[in-house]
Design a binder for this molecule. Structure first.
Ligand SMILES: [Zn+2]
Length: 70
């Protein structure tokens, strides 16, 4: 039998690792980071110093641009 643990690998691959340039805090996304959702953006801030580490358009399947159709 194989000892591979696909569940563990998927879990680690799914979580992006974030790094704060302000205080060198590092942790997986969703692990203690301050998430601030705006109308169409998501800001992820450092829980230690408040630096915005990630500011990205809100990921929503209903908001994504429609693929070009012929
Ligand atoms: Zn920080």
């Amino acid at each position: 039998m194989s000892v591979t643990q696909p569940n563990t690998e998927q879990e680690s691959a799914r979580k992006a690792f974030l790094f704060c340039p302000g205080c060198s805090h590092a942790a997986p996304a969703g692990d203690g980071w301050s998430v601030d959702d705006h109308d169409d953006r998501t800001d992820i801030g450092c829980p230690n110093c408040g630096t915005v580490v990630v500011s990205q358009p809100y990921f929503d399947a209903g908001h994504r641009s429609t693929p070009i159709t012929a």
